[in-house]
Design a binder for this molecule. Structure first.
Ligand code: CP
Length: 287
């Protein structure tokens, strides 16, 4: 799974349905006991890495973790030689890397399945699937209006989720609330039917169904100083009763902790759903 764009509606619905069964049953099995998964994270991660590991354990699979800080990469080994080597040890690659579109390069060095666990400021397809799973619980027929705030330019989670929602329901209205320097690319906007770029969260909070918040990806900035929009109790007091607040996490100052116990906040539910959706993704690789 390189990009969310490559998944068919049928595959997406299969992943959603299987994830729901896994969640409802708190499913554990030995279904993948003969499979070895390689977790290769060239960028930091807590949720994606560990939820994949948990998902693999719950399905009886085995995990090998590659740590770039303690590997022969430090002695100058190329990515190509690293992939060709690990290819002999495992059945499936799960890769996070700081370079956008790296998966299409890595595909040349292995014939094993590769799951993109985040490629730079490109995509994060498995996060988008768990975001969708969370949204569908509250909006089974899709929300009408969804706002994204924070770092639209560099947020791979936003890119994948926008492509996914637009593929499934092109009538959704997308609102992008961000600094001028962090606006979405023309490539993303040209794929959408209905969108607005705006900076007035106080106004749009009254009518949106979903607010998807992201942190500023300062590690991808070139020295720019950009202020975050702050999402807190005060901002959402005029929101719809059915509003849900999502965040892929980790968070910085943009999402106030005073919202953590608010029933509209669903970001820790997203974290939990990550296990079931990732179980479903790896399970469906072998179906
Ligand atoms: N949402 C997400 O990708 O979190 P991690 O960076 O902790 O994996």
């Amino acid at each position: 799974m390189e990009s969310i764009k490559n998944l068919s509606s049928r595959q997406i619905s299969f992943i959603m349905n299987t994830a729901l069964i896994f969640k409802e049953k708190d499913y554990r099995s030995e279904d993948l006991k003969d499979k070895i998964f390689g977790l290769l994270f060239f960028e930091p991660s807590t949720r994606t890495c560990l939820s994949f590991e948990s998902a693999i354990h719950r399905l009886g699979g085995k995990v090998i973790k590659y740590n770039s800080n303690y590997s022969s990469e430090k002695k100058g080994e190329s990515l190509e030689d690293t992939i060709k080597t690990i290819d002999m040890y495992i059945d499936v690659f799960i890769i996070r890397h700081p370079e956008k579109n790296i998966i299409s390069k890595i595909k040349k060095f292995t014939n094993k399945p590769i799951i993109n666990a985040g490629d730079g400021d490109g995509e994060h397809p498995t996060q988008a699937l768990l975001d969708l799973f969370t949204i569908l619980k509250y909006y089974p027929k899709y929300p009408n209006k969804i706002a994204f705030s924070g770092d639209i330019k560099y947020s791979r989670t936003i890119h994948s989720l926008v492509y996914l929602l637009n593929k499934l329901c092109p009538d959704i209205e997308f609102y992008f609330v961000c600094d001028k320097l962090l606006e979405p690319s023309n490539e993303l906007l040209s794929s959408l039917k209905k969108f607005k770029i705006c900076n007035d969260l106080d106004y749009i909070i009254k009518f949106i169904d979903v607010l998807y918040v992201t942190r500023l990806q300062k590690e991808r900035f070139n020295g720019e100083i950009i202020k975050s929009y702050i999402i807190d109790e005060n901002l959402i007091k005029n929101s719809k009763s059915k509003l849900i607040i999502l965040h892929p996490l980790p968070r910085n100052e943009e999402l106030s902790k005073d919202l953590d116990n608010n029933p509209k906040s669903k970001y820790f539910e997203q974290v939990e759903n990550g296990i079931y959706v990732r179980m479903s993704i790896i399970y469906n690789l072998f179906e």
